[in-house]
Structures are given as C-alpha cells and as structure tokens.
Design a protein around this ligand. Structure first.
Ligand code: SER
Length: 365
C-alpha cells in the first residue's frame, strides 16, 4: 500500500537498488591508473584490470552524495552510479551518473546492474528509527523486503555488497557502556529489528553462498550539507543549524542522554576502508565503528564555544524512549584491530569543521 503523501525524506529512503560482483575478478591494487575522467586513480582497486563499477541506492539521503564524491575521486566519475526515487537537483546530475532505482522492483535493479555492469553495491535505502515507528508497514517493506531484493540480486550477479547497520541494532538488554561487537541484540524499534535481520541475512549469505557482504554499525552521523531524516540522533545535527542561524535550540533528548556519534567524513572513510579491506583481514562481516560519545549538555557546551548566546531548552519526546535503549559508548576495538579503523574528528574538531562548512553555506565567511 502506498501512503498518499511521501515526504522527500521517505522518497529518498525508498530509492534503492543493489548488486555485487565480488571475487570473481581478481581484486588488485595499482597506482597511477587513469580513470574515465582522465584523473589518475588513487587507491585503485581493480577488477580484472578495471576500476570497480559501483551502484549506490537511496543515494539522496544523508550519506549518498558524499560517498559518491569520495568513490568518484578514487575510481572515476563514470564508475559510480548514484540512484534513488527522488528527482535530483541540477547539481547532483552535474556531478555524475544518476538513475532512478526502486529497490522494491527486482527487475529494475537487475536492469541497472546489467546495463551499468555493476560490481559493487552500496545499499543505503532505509527508514530510520523515529520515522520507522510512525509507519511500521512501510519500514518493513523498505528495510526488509528491499533488503531481500538486494541480497538476491547481489548473489545472482556476484556483487560485493555493503549494507550499513547501526547502534539501533542493540536494545535494552544489550550492555550499553561499552557495547561490544558481539553481544545481545534485542532492539525495540522496527528499524533495529530490520538491521539485525540485515546483519544476520548478510552473514548467512556470506557463509552459505560466499557473498562478499560487508556491514558497519554506524553511530549517529553528523553532516552539514545534507539533512538526516527521522533519526533519534538528529538533534546533534539540528543544534548546528539553530546556532548558526541564531535560533533557540529545543532538544528532544534529556541533557545527559549519551549516544555514540561520528562526523560524516569519518563515516564515509570507514565505509570505504572496510569496503576495500582484503577479505583475510575481516574476521567478521559486521563491525561497530565510532568516533566519540557525548550527551546534549556536552555538545551544547562545545557549540557555545562558537556561539556563546545559544539558547537551549529540553523537551524529551518518544525519541528519548528509543535513545534509552541504545548504546551510550560503542566498543569498536575489533574494527581498529582487524582493518585499522581510526577516527579523525573528536567533538571539538567536529564543531570546528561543521561551523566552517555552515558559514560557507550561509556566505558568512
Ligand atoms: N542515526 C540513526 C537514527 O537515529 C541511527 O542509526 O535512527
């Protein structure tokens, strides 16, 4: 059943498509190859001598355009296909290939994988935690049925597939400080349930069919150029926009509600590093990654170093109930040990770069 009104966030979440080609071709590293753009390919992971061709689903959400930019700089503009069901801006289409992809339509996905000779699939389409609770049937379709298409497609076309998971894959019975890589996972949101399902299904396809499934559990991601939509961690993005525009910041979490967080550049770099890690380095297929943990009163203090007059009030809502069941501190030591994960941005560095970016966006420099 289609809802009558689908916000652009939901539309973005609905966009999807997948594929992988995995280890059929030999995956090698070479320096100085030239991509289709004519730029030398840095960190070129080739498949039978060619750069991988990569499809990103749900590409107009918080992470897609940033990831496309990163991957295009490494593998060539034409080799990274961004997709969604949302009408793109002029800017998006000027940056590289963009196609319509509905992840609930298996044939549509097959067509894209075949036409564009896709090797790797990054599957971003999903409804986040808070919005998922508002429309559970839609979240089941997008997050679970859509994923089934992605997994089958990836198996059929031998694609390497990356699916993000989340701190939301844990629940009230999980240890919260710290939350280890392998522990109890009994989430209480449909978002969390769908992500645990994705982790397990991906690991099963890897074990049973040799699918090159890769998954990172991300914390709250903070970015300046695209807005996240419908998440529980979004307050930590909103505060920057309110501060720079001189608005009062009303926080829907309590001042001491601690959650793991990460700046988007760290998030995208983690994704790429795990995506290209040699298989022998991956002792598991799903890893926690994080950069920092803070609560609202701590980010308020950090933001007030830039905007001392920021006015703040607290009005916890249903998102507080979700946050109360999530990790406070994420243990990502396995990612750090196995494939060398390290973060670059702590709270202070993140505030500096967020305000630099936002000042530029608002022509305040
Ligand atoms: N940012 C997500 C959310 O809040 C967590 O993965 O739903």
């Amino acid at each position: 059943m289609r809802p009558k009104i689908i916000s652009s966030f939901l539309q973005s979440a609905l966009g999807r498509c997948s594929n992988w080609k995995g280890h059929v071709g030999s995956l090698a590293c070479s320096v100085g190859r030239v991509g289709t753009t004519g730029h030398p390919l840095r960190h070129c992971h080739t498949i039978n001598g060619d750069p991988p061709r990569i499809l990103i689903t749900g590409g107009l959400g918080q992470l897609g355009t940033g990831l496309a930019k990163l991957l295009r700089s490494k593998y060539g503009v034409e080799n990274v296909i961004l997709s969604d069901i949302v009408k793109p801006s002029k800017e998006v289409v000027s940056q590289g290939p963009y196609v319509f992809a509905n992840i609930l339509d298996f044939k549509c996905l097959q067509e894209i994988v075949v036409t564009y000779r896709i090797d790797w699939l990054i599957h971003f389409s999903a409804l986040l935690s808070a919005i998922g609770e508002q429309n559970v049937p839609l979240a089941i379709r997008v997050n679970i049925e859509g994923l089934h298409n992605i997994m089958e497609l990836s198996k059929q076309y031998n694609l390497r597939v990356f699916v993000p998971s989340t701190i939301g894959a844990f629940g009230p019975t999980s240890p919260r400080n710290p939350t280890p890589n392998l522990t109890i996972q009994r989430p209480r949101t449909i978002y969390g349930v769908s992500k645990v399902h994705g982790e397990l299904l991906g690991e099963y396809y890897n074990h049973r069919f040799g699918l090159d499934f890769r998954c990172l559990r991300f914390p709250g991601v903070i970015s300046s150029d695209t807005q996240p939509g419908g998440g529980t961690t979004d307050y930590a993005v909103q505060i920057f926009h309110d501060a720079i525009q001189g608005r009062h910041f009303e926080c829907y979490l309590r001042p001491n509600s601690r959650l793991p967080m990460m700046y988007i550049d760290d998030c995208l770099r983690a994704l790429w590093e795990m995506l290209v890690a040699p298989e022998e380095q991956l002792r598991c297929r799903t890893y926690n990654v994080t950069a920092m943990s803070f609560c609202p009163e701590e980010i308020v203090t950090a933001v007030r170093n830039h905007f001392p007059n920021l006015q703040v009030s607290y009005r916890p809502d249903s998102r507080q109930d979700i946050a109360d069941t999530w990790p406070e501190v994420f243990d990502d030591s396995e990612a750090r040990n196995d494939w060398g994960w390290h973060h670059s941005y702590d709270l202070e560095a993140m505030c500096n770069i967020m305000f630099d970016n936002l000042r530029r966006q608002h022509n305040m420099t």
